[in-house]
Design a protein around this ligand. Structure first.
Ligand SMILES: Cc1cc2nc3c(=O)[nH]c(=O)nc-3n(C[C@H](O)[C@H](O)[C@H](O)COP(=O)(O)O)c2cc1C
Length: 199
């Protein structure tokens, strides 16, 4: 698939068929995602991959059965693969304490970072993953964990110093998939978002 087609054709898919995705394909997608750029080449973005039955435990802690009725996206729970992206802020602080980066002052601690690059890098990895899924003919959607980050961490043994960026559901798009209401918002014109030479 051409790059432009992948970018223009990508849409969040929130309803999936139960058809599994081969673990090797999931590995290929994660392999591409880990090639996204990271600040100082810190490379501290990691993926918790849940496949088949192990996705159930994710939903049990993030969407307990009492809250499931009336959930806007019931087809999301059928996704055969969930990839939760995690970042390690401490690794960034350590990296920026190294001699070639020490002048930035960012090795002082997480609070020293005007922009927390760990989340920037997590976003780049997620975007790469969404495009890689599309390139392989799969549907995918990114969504947040909101206040369930701690519960997901405990359930799957994620180390306490990692921060959750969010979750990518992927699989084969079901026919009843529909766009979210957010997509009804008009995309600004190119000239509204590109400020050439002066804002
Ligand atoms: C940082 C981020 C967080 C998002 N969180 C959610 C979410 O929690 N639930 C959801 O259904 N969609 C979520 N989305 C998807 C957006 O609603 C969607 O990307 C946007 O409406 C544009 O639609 P499209 O991606 O299909 O083009 C999120 C997207 C991003 C980039």
């Amino acid at each position: 698939m051409e790059f432009e087609q992948a970018v223009q054709g990508r849409r969040m898919v929130r309803s999936f068929t139960p058809e599994p995705v081969a673990p090797a394909v999931v590995d290929e997608i994660c392999d591409l995602a880990r090639r996204a750029p990271t600040a100082g080449n810190t490379a501290a973005v990691e993926f918790l991959v849940l496949e088949g039955d192990s996705t159930r435990a994710y939903w049990d802690v993030t969407l307990p059965s009492g809250q499931r009725e009336g959930f806007t996206w019931p087809g999301l729970l059928a996704a055969p693969v969930l990839v939760v992206a995690w970042v390690d802020p401490g690794a960034y602080v350590s990296r920026y304490r190294e001699p070639d980066k020490a002048h930035t002052g960012l090795g002082a601690g997480e609070e020293a970072w005007p922009v927390p690059y760990w989340f920037v890098d997590g976003g780049a990895a997620v975007m790469t993953m969404l495009l890689a899924a599309r390139d392989r003919g799969l549907g995918a959607a990114f969504f947040g964990m909101f206040d369930h980050e701690g519960a997901v961490r405990r359930q799957f043994g994620v180390p306490p110093d990692r921060r959750g960026v969010g979750t990518v559901a992927m699989g084969h798009r079901a026919e009843d998939d529909r766009p979210s209401r957010s997509t009804g918002r008009d995309r600004p014109d190119l000239s509204d978002v590109v400020h050439r030479a002066h804002w």
